[in-house]
Write a protein that binds this ligand. Sequence first.
Ligand code: PLP
Length: 347
Amino acid sequence: MDWLLTPGPVRLHPKALEALARPQLHHRTEPARALFLRARTLLKAAFRTEGEVLLLTGSGTLAMEALVRGLFAPGERVLVPVYGKFSERFWEIAEAAGLSVDRLDYPYGRVPRPEDVAKGGYRGLLLVHSETSTGALVDLPALAQAFKAENPEGLVGADMVTSLLVKEVALEAFGVDAAASGSQKGLMCPPGLGFVALSPRALEALRPAGYYLDLTRELRAQGEGESAWTPAINLVGAVAAVLEEVLPRLEEHLALKAWQNDLLYRVGEELGLRAVPEVRSPAVAAFYLPEGVPYGRVKEAFARRGAVIAGGQGPLKGRIFRLSLMGHYTRYEALGVAALFREALAD
Ligand code: PLP
């Protein structure tokens, strides 16, 4: 398949492929420690934090759970707006961690407003920046500010799984205390690494929780360039290689991602398709299926042209399809995908 148009995993960056072709390193050796520290420094720059970034071997969901359990003790009150599959996952994780959770529900595709979270009496607020299941983007700085005005001691945790390297992020400047992400989305690497970014405030609040999930233990080990357990060191090399390439020209990269996603929406509009999100994330374009057309037919039309797309999740299953150019695509390749999109929908 030539065209991986799913919102993760995505088409790999050539620098990731090159890094993965290197010989295996042992993780408790000097070259591996140097690589690990380099990746952490680059990730701190990517999240724009003066705090720390921890690398965990696992997927983005592991990073979300480690964040929740590392910041909040059982019984503490947290507010969780639910506006898609991944914000629902944050709610499930908070429930599983024994927190006292208040859930705010939105129809999939809509986003929470600052006034919705301006409620006192909470220790935390959990938000998904780019809700991949609906293609919606939330205004993190405005939401964090409204929440903290009522909860000055409160902590804001954000899922930045499909916004890191796709849309501007800045931990402290956004009023976000901790964020979770992963290797297989905007970083254009294979799945297998989760990241937890912690602001200086979050580092003060950090508590031991669980065993593999214990971020206090990871913090001690990773300060030395090691991780508590065997890390996916080959992926650490891929992540460092991509960040070294992309970070020096981040603005240009984010502009390309925005242009590419807008292109998909422009084609969708031309074809008379209705967009799902009220506010669009540049990570993915989500469209309702044309009246009477089953998802399988659209999926097959793309597959005949060598492209893999994504369907809906949760209540949107069977009602929408999603296309993403979050992976490594040039401007010209994106134009090719736009042509393929027009053809597939004409079948
Ligand atoms: N959060 C968001 C916004 C996502 O898009 C995803 C994956 O699609 C996840 C969390 C879960 O990540 P993973 O599948 O790596 O556990």
